[in-house]
Write a protein that binds this ligand. Structure first.
Ligand SMILES: *Cc1c(COP(=O)(O)O)cnc(C)c1O
Length: 232
């Protein structure tokens, strides 16, 4: 993809999000630019266009990109990938927040690392697995509230932002089913921590905004198709 098309796509996404947010709920919707697998050169381009908030899925990749781009002092990194215990220190060291928290054990390790790196009130979102899919990490909908209560009791130094959800796979074939789930998530998120909701990706950002999300996580629509990459 050329720089010109990144510019066009980024501006398109920004305009679309702004317009929908105004129409639907008259409040600001943040764009998390999901840069996983894309080069630091592309991240610099998006930064030059005004993007400051970037999402990464792999701990080592996050760490090397954050180090390489450390001259961009106001850049903010969000970790949205699968969490492994032995990578938590590395993630917390480099990310400003974690959106994919789904276990108490990981919560405790994040709190410990945040303390070590002197990052008080470290922001976390709880990942929701809306239909209990085995292939996906996340807290089932009906267990979110008790999980948050337990997390806040054990890890008072974490600042629970709200909920993050990737819709169940089959929803991709039947988008008309999504809004009901999204409204449910919106209502539930209102009762969790700071009451924020992270919902919506390139394919469903419109209905996520219509359902009242606070932030959308957009990769492909900004950066183009992801190059193939072996998982770490
Ligand atoms: C990759 C990823 C995205 C971005 O998906 P696109 O379809 O490329 O916009 C959003 N959220 C999570 C958790 C991801 O892993």
């Amino acid at each position: 993809m050329t720089s010109e098309s990144l510019k066009t796509q980024y501006q398109q996404v920004r305009n679309q999000v702004q317009q929908l947010a105004q129409q639907v709920q008259n409040h600001r919707v943040q764009i998390l630019a999901v840069s996983k697998v894309h080069s630091t050169a592309k991240i610099r381009e998006a930064y030059a266009l005004g993007a400051r908030y970037f999402g990464e899925n792999y701990a080592q990749e996050l760490a090397s990109k954050a180090e390489e781009l450390s001259d961009l002092t106001d850049i903010r990194w969000s970790y949205i990938g699968h969490i492994q215990s032995n990578k938590i220190r590395l993630i917390v060291e480099h990310a400003n927040e974690i959106q994919s928290l789904a276990s108490l054990k990981h919560g405790k390790l994040i709190a410990k690392a945040a303390d070590e790196f002197n990052k008080p009130n470290y922001p976390v979102f709880i990942a929701v697995n809306a239909e209990g899919e085995a292939s996906k990490n996340g807290i089932p909908l009906d267990q979110v509230s008790p999980f948050v209560t337990e997390l806040e009791a054990h890890c008072p130094s974490l600042e629970v932002q709200g909920l993050m959800c990737i819709p169940p796979r089959h929803y991709q074939d039947s988008l008309e089913k999504v809004p009901e789930l999204y409204r449910e998530l919106r209502n539930l998120a209102n009762k969790v921590g700071q009451g924020r909701l992270s919902l919506g990706m390139s394919g469903d950002l419109r209905i996520a905004i219509e359902a009242g999300t606070d932030l959308v996580r957009i990769g492909t629509a900004i950066f183009g198709e992801r190059p193939q990459k072996a998982r770490q």
